[in-house]
Ligand binder design. Structure first.
Ligand SMILES: [Zn+2]
Length: 399
């Protein structure tokens, strides 16, 4: 038998070392990658928060709090356990006395991500899907990505049935609120979609999403899609003919329309045809913070006139600040424009944004509102009752 030359042995050793290094790196990337990314993209700006007075805490504990927007399903965290990073999980929802968190599902994000003029042909979610080992079906299908994340929320309920419930209709909601009022330490979630690109151009996908538990659809996200134009898209067009059918189908199914990220033309087009209240799940207002997707006074009035509700975001480009005061200023502005019944919380927790506090510290906002002169009755409405009233009328009545 011929012995291989020292050079060949060296090459073979080198190859083996490189391969093991690559495998080790892959293991590190796949195990730490999603956590690393989620941690870096979802920070909290204020580490030392003001202490909460006992009066404010008592008021906070008596509120029914609803937040309209959190992208927490995207990052692969086990939401039944408390994390050191990110903004939302079941233990922190309970600590923050949140009655209902709307979990919104993201399916495609352009790369690079621009505030204006994003084309529709790039995608960074595929990297998260690969890192988190989502099923192969999600690699190419946006509908599958939405359905997969919906399944994660159902799994969360199965994992913590005593502490977390998924709400799909008025019957669920009222039974849940009764058990909560009876003293059970429990919180809840409802599914929303961020961007109708997940319909993949098919009206019938609305029904598949409904069957998976989705009750709210944001028509566009960061780019124009087959249904509607985006404030960050290339065309700034409005609702398409498919979009009109989608609005109609959603009304038949008692699903809620979310106009966050929509182009001005889309907002106008939807308001022309809808007979149901519309939501804006997470936004800022031009009156306190100029921005491509922040709502003008006219849009606030139009949305309020449908009986709709505007969720104020907690991050910098929504409210031009990263403190509680900036959020309260935007809330105050909406109240001055359209009254106390049309404003709500739309944090965008875990939405790749920096926010002043995580969901466990939502009492900071109760205190900020009180210090700004809002009455307890006002605070109840802002923190959740405005949305609760809407859900109790416009969700499907029963399964
Ligand atoms: Zn968003």
């Amino acid at each position: 038998m011929r012995r291989s030359s020292p050079l060949k042995q060296l090459v073979r050793l080198g190859l083996m070392a490189t391969t093991s290094l690559a495998i080790a790196l892959l293991i590190i990337i796949f195990s730490l990658g999603p956590a690393f990314i989620a941690q870096r993209l979802n920070p909290v700006s204020q580490q030392a928060l003001p202490s909460i007075s006992s009066d404010v805490q008592a008021l906070h504990d008596s509120l029914t709090i609803i937040d309209l927007h959190a992208d927490s399903l995207l990052w692969g965290r086990d939401l039944s356990q408390q994390s050191e990073y990110g903004h939302v999980d079941v233990p922190r929802l309970l600590q923050g006395n949140i009655a209902l968190q709307i979990f919104t599902v993201v399916t495609q994000v352009p790369t690079p991500l621009l505030l204006e003029g994003n084309p529709a042909d790039s995608d960074s979610i595929i990297q998260l899907a690969l890192l988190q080992r989502w099923p192969i079906s999600t690699w190419l299908s946006l509908a599958e990505r939405a359905l997969y994340q919906a399944k994660q929320l159902q799994r969360l309920e199965q994992k913590s049935p005593d502490r977390f419930q998924v709400i799909e209709n008025q019957q669920d909601l009222n039974a849940y609120l009764a058990s909560k009022a009876a003293g059970q330490p429990v919180t809840a979630g409802l599914l929303g979609l961020e961007g109708a690109q997940a319909l993949e151009g098919h009206l019938d996908t609305v029904n598949r999403l409904y069957d998976a538990g989705f009750r709210m659809i944001g028509l566009s996200h960061f780019f124009d899609n087959e249904v509607a134009g985006s404030a960050h898209g290339l065309g700034q067009a409005g609702l398409t003919p498919l979009g009109q059918n989608v609005i109609q189908r959603m009304a038949e199914l008692n699903m809620l329309v979310d106009l966050a990220h929509a182009s001005p033309q889309t907002i106008d087009d939807v308001l022309q045809i809808t007979e149901r209240p519309v939501l804006v799940s997470h936004t800022g207002v031009q009156g306190t913070c100029a921005g491509v997707r922040n709502l003008s006074d006219r849009q606030l009035q139009q949305i309020a006139s449908t009986g709709g509700v505007i969720g104020i975001g907690f991050w910098r480009t929504a409210v031009c600040g990263d403190d509680v005061g900036a959020i309260v200023r935007a809330i105050r502005y909406v109240v001055e424009q359209v009254g106390i019944d049309h404003v709500a919380l739309g944090s965008d927790f875990d939405g790749a944004v920096r926010v002043p506090f995580d969901v466990a510290n939502m009492n900071q906002l109760t205190q900020g509102l009180q210090e700004n002169g809002f009455t307890a009755a006002d605070i109840r409405k802002i923190m959740g009752l405005n949305i609760l009233n809407l859900l109790q009328q416009f969700l499907p009545a029963e399964p």
